[in-house]
Design a protein around this ligand. Structure first.
Ligand SMILES: Cc1cc2nc3c(=O)[nH]c(=O)nc-3n(C[C@H](O)[C@H](O)[C@H](O)COP(=O)(O)OP(=O)(O)OC[C@H]3O[C@@H](n4cnc5c(N)ncnc54)[C@H](O)[C@@H]3O)c2cc1C
Length: 449
C-alpha cells in the first residue's frame, strides 16, 4: 500500500531518502518542501566515508559521485609564507580507513544534485546526455516523470498536529493544509521540525551542543599558485584559514574558522546577523598582514563573494534523544548532526535516510509506528559512534599566542615526519565499517547488493 510522505528539507538526506523510498515502491506519494526559493548552491567540499560508501553503491550512484569527486591530494599545513611544513596524503590504497582527505570528496551542491536527479528518476551524471540534454529545474514546483515525487521550493511548515494516531496534519507557509502518513524532518542542524515536535525553541535548542567554533565557507577566483592540496594555516587568536582548490576548473574554496564561545564572542562573530554582517565580521577578523594570504582572502570575501556563495555556521552537535514523535521523524543533522569536524555528517545523514526508508519498506503501511521505532533504535549506535570526538578536539587545534601556534606547528611537523597518521589509517577498521558497525540489509528496498 503506498504511503503519503512529506519530507521537510531538500539538503543532502531529504532527496536521498526520497530516492530510496520511491525505489522501494514508485507508487508512494512523496512531497519534498525546501525553505530556500531554489536548490541551495552554497556549501563547499563534503565527504563520504565508512558506511556512506556502500549505501551510495547500493543506490547505483557511486559512479555519478566518482565522476564529480574532487581530486584532492591530501592536507598540507603551510607557514606564514605559504611553505608546506607537514603533509598528510589521502589513502587511496583501497585498504584501511580514509585519511583526513577522503577518496570521495565532493562539492555539496554536486552531491545534492546527484540525489535530486536520482529522486526525480533522472540520470545523475553531470553531462545531461542521458536526460535528453536537459538540466532539471531547481525552483518552483518540480515533479518526477510519474508525478509521485514532487519538490516545492520556497515553502515551509507552520504547524504540525497529530490528533488522530494514523495521520499527521500539516499547515504550510502559504496557508494550505494537507494530511500525511509520515512527516520527515530533514531540515538540518537548526531544524524547525525538531522545535515543533519537542514543544518549543527551548527544548530544541537544548539539543544543540556547541563546540565553540564558528566557520565561514566561501569561494573566490582561482590564483595560479592554488594547488591540489588542502592548505591549512594556523593563526594566533584561535583562528585558522584553509583553502581547497583541487578542481582546476572551479573557484578556490576558503574556510575561515574561529574558536570562540557565544559568551566570549571574539571578533563579534557570534552576534553577526545578516549575511552581509556575517561576511564583514569574518573579513575584519582576518585582516592580518603577516598570516599567509589571510588579508587577501578577507578582501576577496568583501569584494568578490556574492551572498549566495557564502555560508557561515556555528559548529556543534545535535543530541536529540527523541527522534520520533507520533508519525513525525527526524533524520540527518536535524536529529543527530555530528558536526563537520567528525567528517561524518553526510555519511550519518545517509545512514539515517537508508535505515528509515528500509524500515518503512519492511513494515509497510500498517506498520508505520513499528517502522519508526525500529528506525530510531537501529540508527542510534551509528549516531553514538559518529558523534564520539577525539579527546581535546577541536580546542587543541586552536592556539591563542604565537608560542601556542609554534607548539602546534612543531607537533604537526613531527607527526608528519614520523608518518603517524599513515600508520593509524592502516590499523583502523576497514572503511565501510566505521566502529565495526555494518548497515543492515533491506531486500524490500530493491537495491543492488
Ligand atoms: C547551504 C548549506 C551549505 C553547507 N555547507 C557545508 C560545507 O561546506 N561543509 C560541511 O561539512 N557541511 C556543510 N553543510 C552541512 C551538510 O550539508 C550537512 O551536515 C550534512 O550533509 C547532512 O545533511 P542534512 O540533509 O541533514 O542537512 P542539510 O544539508 O543542512 O539540509 C537541510 C535542508 O533543509 C532546508 N531547510 C531548513 N529549514 C527548513 C524549513 N523550515 N523548511 C524547509 N526546508 C528547510 C535547508 O535549506 C537545507 O536545504 C551545509 C548545509 C547547508 C544547508
Amino acid at each position: 500500500m503506498p504511503l503519503k510522505v512529506l519530507i521537510i528539507g531538500a539538503g543532502v538526506c531529504g532527496p536521498a531518502f526520497a530516492t530510496l523510498l520511491q525505489r522501494a515502491d514508485p507508487s508512494h506519494e512523496i512531497t519534498i518542501i525546501e525553505r530556500a526559493p531554489r536548490m541551495r548552491e552554497s556549501g563547499l567540499q563534503i565527504d563520504l566515508r565508512a558506511q556512506g560508501i556502500p549505501i551510495v553503491r547500493k543506490m547505483g550512484l557511486i559512479d555519478a559521485i566518482r565522476q564529480r569527486a574532487v581530486p584532492e591530494s591530501g592536507v598540507a599545513l603551510v607557514d606564514a609564507r605559504g611553505r608546506p611544513f607537514a603533509s598528510f596524503g589521502k589513502n587511496d590504497s583501497g585498504h584501511g580507513a580514509q585519511a583526513f582527505t577522503s577518496e570521495y570528496e565532493i562539492m555539496r551542491p554536486d552531491l545534492v544534485d546527484v540525489f535530486y536527479r536520482a529522486s526525480l528518476g533522472l540520470s545523475a551524471e553531470k553531462d545531461n546526455s542521458n536526460n535528453g540534454g536537459k538540466t532539471p529545474q531547481t525552483w518552483g514546483v518540480v515533479s518526477s516523470g510519474n508525478g509521485n515525487v514532487r519538490y516545492e521550493f520556497g515553502v515551509t511548515v507552520t504547524n504540525i498536529s497529530q490528533h488522530d494516531a494514523d495521520v499527521v496534519e500539516v499547515t504550510f507557509s502559504d496557508g494550505r493544509m494537507a494530511k500525511y502518513d509520515v512527516v520527515v524532518g530533514a531540515d538540518g542542524q537548526s531544524s524547525r521540525t525538531r522545535r515543533m515536535i519537542l514543544g518549543g525553541k527551548e527544548a530544541s535548542d537544548a539539543c544543540f551542543k556547541p563546540l565553540d567554533l564558528f566557520v565561514a565557507f566561501y569561494q573566490i577566483p582561482r590564483s595560479p599558485i592554488d594547488d591540489s592540496w588542502m592548505n591549512w594555516h594556523l593563526m594566533t587568536g584561535r583562528r585558522a584559514i584553509v583553502t581547497r582548490s583541487a578542481d582546476v576548473e572551479a573557484p578556490t574554496q576558503v574556510y575561515m574558522t574561529i574558536r570562540t564561545s557565544r559568551k566570549e564572542n571574539a571578533f563579534g562573530i557570534c552576534t553577526a546577523g545578516s549575511t552581509t554582517e556575517q561576511k564583514e565580521a569574518f573579513a575584519q577578523a582576518y585582516m592580518d598582514e603577516d598570516a599567509w594570504r589571510a588579508k587577501e582572502f578577507a578582501n576577496a570575501l568583501r569584494e568578490k563573494t556574492p551572498d549566495e556563495k557564502f555560508y557561515a555556521t556555528e559548529i556543534g552537535q545535535v543530541h536529540c534523544q527523541k527522534l520520533v514523535v507520533g508519525r513525525v521523524v527526524l533524520v540527518g543533522d536535524a536529529g543527530y548532526c555530528p558536526s563537520p569536524i567528525t567528517g561524518m555528517g553526510t555519511t550519518l545523514s545517509l545512514i539515517g535516510a537508508y535505515v528509515l526508508a528500509g524500515e518503512l519498506a519492511k513494515h509497510g503501511k500498517d506498520g508505520v509506528p513499528d517502522a519508526l521505532t525500529a528506525y530510531a533504535q537501529t540508527v542510534r549506535p551509528f549516531v553514538n559512534e559518529a558523534q564520539t570526538l577525539i579527546p581535546g578536539l577541536p580546542g587543541m587545534l586552536y592556539a591563542k599566542s604565537k608560542f601556542g601556534v609554534w607548539v602546534l606547528t612543531t607537533f604537526f611537523w613531527l607527526i608528519s615526519k614520523l608518518r603517524v597518521v599513515d600508520l593509524l589509517m592502516k590499523f583502523t577498521p576497514e572503511p565501510e565499517k566505521s566502529g565495526g558497525l555494518e548497515i543492515p540489509e533491506y531486500p524490500e528496498l530493491g537495491l543492488t547488493s
